[in-house]
Write a protein that binds this ligand. Structure first.
Ligand SMILES: [Zn+2]
Length: 847
């Protein structure tokens, strides 16, 4: 058994060194001596069976016992907040540096036995005043210390060499690596990766031309251990440095990992060009580096981003440092605080647990088997929304105090409850836990029946929450009476980490939404015009002929897209529409329409070999998208084209049009996610165009023939999406933050608007108005909503229960009209000047 002493073991390098020694504290006797006491760290050391001595190294009486008997000393104690430039030189720190650095080392050297090995970190800074760029400096090169820190380290080296003790001196390059210790942010790669995780701006002084020698923290501590183990290496000095790179190169790697980070160069004078150390001698001993710069930066950026996520009320942590072999998998979970109690809890499928909150304790549950839906809500914030997410086997969820939470089990499950503090049964409802019914029995059933656990496109389960708009009613299901019953479902968008698809967290039964549909596309003049010009464009481009060409429209509504073809004499046109009332209306207008969903069981109702299949704004409306797509490809002729129009996610994210999100829209597409989707079939997207409908849409052309030529528009748009960050979860989080801010602003602005005493009247009741009004919580503030679509008159907006009426209800102009159908604001204002003198676009209340 070796006796190993680590001085300064609480510090940056010491902490990491103790981590690797924690695996063998059963075979070696390890003692950490440090004058600081950080309870979390000290607890950790004790849990690792590492002895901790809270003592200053210069108090020789109290530390000599440990030093006398040591076989190895890792002498890390020193001052780290040292001056890095001449301006920072400070007498107090200098004195302290001499006290701990020189006096401390003197004590260690005099107290250790003759056979003890001392391993000491020196620094590359001892070469700093070399005048010009020096490459691959070797160990025997003369040193040029300038700043007091370097001078002190040089003296230390002399001290150690003269002592006659068995020594190893490791001259470290700039040590970088993740640490929650913010003082470590003065290290360039650490600072850059933190900036990168926040999409910030990296400033490169003097153009970042200075050369730096860098070494990853993990390899540094591995090298310390390596030197401890190698008895034959003694009385040696090594340069422990891995990468020689310029500051600019590091910044560029960060930019490659996260393209949203900005780099700014300044052209001030370069203080010196830097230098690099040769590590040849070290590599000659057989030591190997494990980390590379890019991976280490990536790792730090991820860790910094997670720190941000930790601000969330409840977050999921996956196991880390996985080890997999034929026996199975090991993964580790580092907890934010020590625990003293583990509860083992089994739960049957379909049951509910929790429905409570913990006033003081942080809740930590590790799901060992099964799956559950977690529902939570912040009790400290009265405006907070209820949020749901799926917890899968192997997930650790951490919930903040005063957050009500409930678990609805979707499979037979086992979880471990990891507790700090007490969980006595008799104190339930009194101290540690208080009841709060967040999910009742009806909601339990609803969640079990409608939750979506897999990505609709790639079927994987790596879904992350983008935004929660709270629980909301079905947007187009207007109420017949003010107090008619209406179901509410979570309205939340998730993002698939694998294929970048966005989808809702639940799937509402389509029969509940599409069987009797009140949205008539033909009511809107801009829509009619949109489809008229589209028809002309397609006829010209695809040389369609009125007699021969066969055109199908999926989700044809009242026939709005087919009517222009009919008017131009096309004979073979067919609509497919699941809403009975709309199909009936279309047929009445002589546009042949079958009343069904496009799925396998209805495929025989539709003649094959279509030359053109249109699908406008339906691609978001289907849960069984793969089946629908297969059917579309089956009824398409080999040379035919499918033209799909979707609301464009890039617009939603950029323009903050969150009110596009409602339960009918199961899916939210970017070109990136569409390409991933269509690659799964015998098909190919050959062109993409941005169009203006629905506040920003995308039109794509799909062919069966895999050899079809791809238009340049595809590459260009994919690039634009990538640059915007469509593949980066952070982009979606930022979108959500902005939307929550809008919610706050609109509420405040409505209050101001009401203070003038005039009536507030809404104009237009599209689905997006239901989303927005329910999300904002605006109800009685609006007297009523006027609407052009007669079918909606006499009904009420679900949730907020605002009546919808004919505009004849407006008796005088003493009112403010708030236009809810904001994308038609100009038309509405122009055509209704007799109703009011004041028209306000609801979008203008967002700031
Ligand atoms: Zn996916």
């Amino acid at each position: 058994m070796k006796k190993i002493v680590i001085t300064g073991g609480i510090g940056y390098i010491g902490t990491e060194l103790c981590k690797i020694y924690s695996g063998e504290s059963w075979k070696n006797k390890i003692t950490v001596i440090d004058n600081r006491f950080i309870s979390e760290r000290v607890n950790q050391l004790r849990n690792w069976n590492i002895n901790f001595v809270n003592e200053d190294i210069v108090n020789s009486e109290n530390v000599k016992k440990f030093l006398n008997e040591a076989d190895v000393v890792h002498h890390l104690a020193g001052i780290t907040n040292v001056a890095r430039t001449k301006d920072e030189i400070n007498e107090v720190i200098n004195k302290e540096m001499n006290r701990v650095g020189l006096k401390g080392s003197e004590i260690v050297l005099s107290e250790i036995s003759k056979n003890c090995k001392i391993i000491f970190p020196s620094t590359h800074v001892i070469f700093e005043s070399k005048n010009s760029l020096a490459m691959d400096i070797k160990e025997d090169c003369e040193t040029f210390p300038a700043l007091p820190y370097a001078v002190s380290k040089t003296k230390n080296e002399e001290q150690i060499k003269k002592s006659g003790k068995n020594y190893i001196i490791l001259r470290l390059g700039s040590v970088y690596g993740y640490s929650s210790d913010t003082t470590r942010l003065n290290i360039m790669p650490n600072l850059f990766s933190k900036i990168t995780s926040q999409n910030g701006t990296i400033k490169l002084f003097a153009g970042g031309k200075q050369l730096k020698c860098l070494v990853p923290l993990f390899d540094v501590v591995r090298c310390f251990k390596f030197m401890e183990e190698k008895d034959d290496i003694k009385f040696e000095t090594f340069h422990l440095s891995k990468d020689s790179v310029t500051v600019k190169q590091v910044a560029e790697i960060c930019k490659k990992i996260n393209p949203k980070v900005k780099i700014e160069e300044t052209s001030d004078k370069i203080p010196n060009l830097g230098y690099s150390l040769s590590n040849k001698k070290l590599l000659g001993t057989g030591f190997k580096f494990l980390c590379n710069l890019e991976n280490s930066l990536q790792d730090m950026i991820t860790k910094w981003s997670e720190q941000e996520i930790r601000k969330n009320l409840e977050h999921i942590k996956k196991g880390e440092k996985e080890f997999i072999d034929a026996r199975g998998k090991i993964s580790n979970y580092e907890l934010p605080e020590p625990i003293n109690l583990i509860g083992y809890i089994e739960s049957k499928k379909g049951t509910v647990r929790a429905n409570h909150f913990h006033p003081i304790q942080e809740q930590k549950c590790l799901l060992v088997k099964g799956q559950f839906i977690s529902i939570y809500k912040d009790l400290l914030n009265e405006n907070s929304q209820k949020v749901t997410h799926v917890v899968n086997k192997g997930d650790l969820i951490i919930t903040k105090p005063n957050v009500a939470h409930t678990m609805v089990f979707t499979k037979d499950s086992v979880f471990l409850n990891l507790v700090r503090g007490e969980r006595e049964h008799e104190n339930y409802g009194v101290t540690h836990t208080k009841r709060y019914v967040l999910v009742n029995n009806d909601e339990r059933k609803l969640l079990l029946n409608s939750y979506k656990f897999n990505c609709r496109s790639c079927e994987k389960t790596n879904l992350k929450r983008v935004i929660s708009l709270g629980y909301q009613p079905l947007a187009n299901n207007l109420l017949n009476q003010k107090d008619s019953k209406c179901e509410i479902y979570p309205l939340e968008m998730n993002y698939c980490l694998d294929c970048h698809n966005c989808q809702l967290s639940v799937v509402v039964d389509p029969k509940k939404m599409f069987s009797n549909y009140l949205y008539l596309s033909s009511t809107s003049k801009p829509f009619r015009e949109h489809f008229e010009s589209a028809a002309k464009k397609y006829i010209k481009e695809f040389k369609l002929s009125p007699k021969k060409s066969y055109i199908i429209d999926i989700g044809s509504n009242d026939g709005v897209a087919l009517k222009p073809f009919k008017d131009l004499g096309f004979k073979k046109i067919l609509g497919v529409e699941p809403a009975k009332n709309l199909a009936k209306l279309a047929n009445k207008n002589k546009i042949k329409t079958v009343n069904c969903f496009l799925d396998k069981k209805n495929l025989n109702k539709i003649r094959k070999n279509a030359d053109l299949i249109l699908a406008s704004n339906v691609f978001a409306h289907s849960d069984k998208l793969k089946e629908m797509t297969e059917c579309m490809l089956k009824i398409l002729s080999n040379k035919g084209t499918i033209i799909i129009e979707i609301q464009y996610l890039l617009n939603t994210l950029k323009d903050l049009t969150f009110d596009n999100i409602y339960h009918e829209h199961y899916n939210y597409w970017s070109l990136t996610s569409l390409v991933n989707f269509f690659n799964q079939f015998e098909s190919k997207i050959i062109r993409a165009e941005r169009i203006n409908t629905h506040g920003g849409s995308l039109r794509i052309y799909v062919k069966k023939d895999k050899n079809s030529k791809i238009d340049v528009s595809i590459k260009a748009l994919l690039k634009e999406e990538e640059e915007f960050g469509i593949k980066n979860y952070k982009t979606y989080q930022e979108f959500a933050d902005k939307i929550y801010k809008i919610q706050k602003n609109v509420k405040t602005n409505i209050k101001k608007l009401k203070s003038n005493g005039k009536k507030l009247i809404g104009y237009g009741s599209p689905a997006k108005a239901t989303t927005a009004l329910n999300f904002f919580g605006i109800s009685n503030e609006i007297d009523f909503i006027v609407e052009d679509n007669k079918l909606k008159h006499g009904k009420f907006i679900p949730g907020v229960k605002i009546p919808i009426v004919n505009k004849s209800k407006i008796s005088d102009k003493n009112n403010t009209i708030l236009v809810l159908a904001w994308n038609f604001f100009d038309d509405i204002k122009k055509n209704n000047t007799q109703l009011s003198d004041e028209f306000i676009n609801i979008k203008d209340l967002e700031n």
